[in-house]
Design a protein around this ligand. Sequence first.
Ligand SMILES: O=c1ccn([C@@H]2O[C@H](COP(=O)(O)OP(=O)(O)O[C@H]3OC[C@@H](O)[C@H](O)[C@H]3O)[C@@H](O)[C@H]2O)c(=O)[nH]1
Length: 272
Amino acid sequence: MAQKDAANGNGATTRPPPTPSPIRFSKFFQANMRILVTGGAGFIGSHLVDKLMENEKNEVIVADNFFTGSKDNLKKWIGHPRFELIRHDVTEPLLVEVDQIYHLACPASPIFYKHNPVKTIKTNVIGTLNMLGLAKRVGARILLTSTSEVYGDPLEHPQTEAYWGNVNPIGVRSCYDEGKRVAETLMFDYHRQHGIEIRIARIFNTYGPRMNIDDGRVVSNFIAQAIRGEALTVQKPGTQTRSFCYVADMVNGLMKLMNGDNTGPINIGNPG
Ligand SMILES: O=c1ccn([C@@H]2O[C@H](COP(=O)(O)OP(=O)(O)O[C@H]3OC[C@@H](O)[C@H](O)[C@H]3O)[C@@H](O)[C@H]2O)c(=O)[nH]1
């Protein structure tokens, strides 16, 4: 209720703060999990957000710098009361109160991560440090999307999680391969030293709707070339193999890993 401000004697009135809308209380009452998705505007990230948003008890915060991600991938959620989108680069600290962190932020297609390799390794190392710092501060569980590329040019086929890999530390892919390897190390060191709850997924070559047509990875390249009636570009040596995974299966795997008891690292791909 408005009342005269007697103390300053100037006749000004002070108002009590407005009563929050009952809708606001009901929103927080219902939500039992606030989840941060870094890189949530990207290809896999946006599908993960769609799945998380299906659960009415989840609130989802996306942090993305839109280097390879796009607001378009999230347009159906913009303005939704359980959703927030922040333009943010994970190489800078982020202060939010969350229960879980899916840390996906990093360009994943070789042509994009090799474009600015110093930035790629900063994203993997400083970005993961920042997210681990956040997880430690708020007590959140954190899942890192690592990569099959931690196996490098593997000398074992297929690669199990016990294989330590064969990675060139100075090659053109090292910014990503070694960046993700350091990110995995940081995850385990925070887990051992600070008791942070961690999960590590090693993602294999994933395809599906919302891949950029110019993503550069083999599945989207071949489809785009076929549509244009062009020859498919099989790169040398032509004998390389990959495990391909459909994006919906990848998202299911990531959520099962996050909500299960296994820290990983765990390969998510296709055994075939
Ligand atoms: O047009 C093309 C594109 C790619 N390729 C070949 O196809 C293979 C797959 O290459 P991609 O560019 O799809 O990507 P990669 O499998 O090397 O890495 C990808 O999958 C694993 C993820 O963890 C990585 O983040 C992602 O970049 C490579 O051997 C490449 O030389 C072609 O033959 N033609």
